[in-house]
Design a binder for this molecule. Structure first.
Ligand code: ATP
Length: 541
């Protein structure tokens, strides 16, 4: 019996050894961890492969946002596979003008949303599939030492031979498929706490169509200066310049002003224009400490925008005390030294409080171990509440003030809402053709405004089908409409006082009359009064 047991054990041992030898010399293996973006690329790619349709062991789900991102083109949360399963192009299908057709269209959309597509990814365990004529073994595992299945998943990909080129090619394909899906959209990541443990990581949360810079109403010079500064910073010669002089390669911006004046919009538009990803971080999280913040910053890609919104509400407004501020001045040439000598005694309340402290934030922004290459954008409604240490050059290199709208801003906002863009034509109601004389006329009659006109929609749709044919007539109509809208914009701006309303307030009002600019003008006076009254009431309370 003992002999048999020994024999069995030695056989098992030999098989294990042989397997290990084979694995080492005859097989190439790639390991993909769930924390890494490659995991998302791969899952996205594999779910679209034909063998996923044939496999008899799979994980099915409609929402797997634990390891797929939650991108969405539409406002509802999706899980990153939106394009395939929810063809957003369908949303653009124009319901025809009769109300009955809208009901049909809506019923279709709602029923499609109800039957959200089930997605399939390989089940835990081993799977074999073919890729470029070679057998690939996929093994999906979770670590047995934790109960959280998804938080500790890994995928192993193996191919025959010692050359892993096919695996690398497959992963490159997966990445390409994923990145191509993004197109020119602006990708937004947010710092999030892990399922298990206290550490934070960047999770992709959204991909949005880029916002044109022209749609952000701001003093043209300021806007241009901001964009030029970022471009200059991103230029390779600037990086060289910084490194030759031993200056940390970092750039910080502070966008400050009342809520709804366009701070976030400007940041988003700049990211879209430059194709940069946005890394969004909420400093208010109690679990976020200096170490987590440091590791989040260390994980940033070489070129990106880190957006810290409303820094004044994040508990980092406590003054560092005189000692630290003096250090800032004396270390102005070498910002990395500024935080080494922070007198912690001057921060009694910070030491006790949860979440990130001012000294922690300063260390991360430009302490000795701070990351380089990123663009830091902080927004605040109360610049005066921020500590001078946070605002000093090296941390904030450019400050942009956002204020209430000027007359020119109001006109621009009005025009941007009502202007007929070429892309709008099949979707929005058309304006009646304008005669040149009415466009020139300063008085605006109600029959020249944007009204629904079913025949015209059909007309434009027909024309769109013949895209190749230059459409001069349509262009002329657009120009004439624009001229007319700009006259209306100036009338609207003469009613709404400048320097009193934020862009968000004006946009909100105009959106209530989205298709009826003449109504927006007619109701402007009353709206101004009602906003004033509401403000007064709020102040009195
Ligand atoms: N200057 C602007 N130009 C164009 N749109 C604007 C502008 N300011 C605000 N808006 C509009 O108002 C809304 C809110 O803007 P945004 O989030 O950029 O403001 P914010 O200044 O960042 O506000 P908060 O301080 O509350 O974060 C958006 O829908 C945006 O389109």
């Amino acid at each position: 019996m003992i002999g048999l047991a020994l024999f069995g054990a030695s056989i098992r041992y030999s098989i294990n050894q042989l397997t290990d030898l084979c694995k080492e010399y005859l097989v190439s293996t790639a390991e993909i961890r769930i924390e890494d973006e490659v995991f998302t690329y791969f899952m996205y790619w594999i779910s679209r492969q034909p063998h996923m349709k044939r496999t008899n062991r799979f994980i099915a789900g409609v929402r797997m946002s634990d390891y797929y991102d939650s991108d969405s083109d539409s406002e509802d949360e999706d899980d990153g596979f939106g394009d395939e399963f929810l063809d957003d192009e369908d949303d653009d299908e124009e319901p025809s003008s009769s109300s009955g057709s809208f009901d049909d269209y809506w019923a279709k959309i709602i029923s499609r949303d109800k039957y959200k597509e089930v997605r399939f990814t390989p089940a835990l365990g081993r799977h074999i599939f073919w890729y470029q004529g070679q057998p690939i073994m996929l093994e999906r595992r979770h670590q047995s030492d934790t109960a959280k299945l998804l938080a500790s998943e890994k995928v192993f990909l193996s191919c025959l031979g010692r050359n892993p080129a096919v695996l690398k090619k497959m992963l490159a394909d997966a990445q390409q498929a994923y990145v191509e899906r993004d197109g020119s959209r602006t990708i937004i990541y947010r710092g999030q706490r892990r399922w298990s443990g206290n550490s934070f990581y960047w999770v992709r949360c959204m991909a949005r169509a880029p916002r044109p810079l022209s749609t952000v109403v701001l003093d043209q010079e300021q806007k241009q200066a901001f964009v030029d500064d970022i471009k200059e910073y991103l230029h390779p010669r600037t990086r060289r310049w910084y490194s030759n002089r031993g200056i940390p390669y970092r750039r910080g911006y502070l966008l400050h002003g009342p809520p709804g004046t366009g701070k976030t919009s400007l940041c988003f538009a700049a990211a879209g224009m430059l194709g940069l990803k946005i890394y969004l971080l909420n400093l208010n999280s109690k679990a976020l400490d200096e170490d987590s913040l440091m590791s989040l910053f260390a994980d940033l890609p070489r070129r990106c925008i880190v957006l810290l919104e409303d820094v004044d509400t994040a508990g980092v407004t406590h003054s560092r005390g005189k000692t630290a501020t003096t250090n800032d001045v004396s270390n102005a040439d070498d910002p990395t030294k500024a935080d080494e000598t922070i007198d912690l005694d001057t921060l009694p309340d910070e030491a006790e409080k949860d979440g990130i402290t001012l000294s922690g934030l300063l260390n991360v922004i430009d302490g000795v171990a701070a990351s380089e290459g990123r663009i830091l954008v902080m927004t605040t409604n109360h610049e005066d509440k921020l500590d001078a240490a946070l605002l000093r050059p090296g941390r904030v290199d450019m400050s942009i003030t956002f204020g209430f709208t000027s007359r020119a801003d109001i006109e621009e906002l009005f025009s941007s809402i009502y202007i007929t863009m070429e892309r709008d034509l099949p979707r929005m109601p058309l304006a009646q053709p304008l005669s040149n004389s009415s466009a020139k006329s300063a008085s605006i009659s109600s029959d020249t405004v944007v009204v629904e006109k079913p025949e015209s929609i059909k007309e434009v749709n027909d024309k769109e089908k013949e895209e190749e044919r230059p459409n001069k007539e349509l262009q002329q109509r657009l120009e004439s409409l624009r001229a007319h809208i700009s006259l209306m914009a100036s009338e609207f701006a003469s009613i709404v006082p400048s320097g009193e309303f934020t862009a968000a307030e004006i946009q909100g009002y105009l959106l209530n009359h989205k298709d009826r600019p003449e109504k927006a003008i007619a109701g402007a006076e009353a709206w101004v009064q009602s906003v004033r009254e509401k403000r007064r009431a709020r102040e009195e309370n």
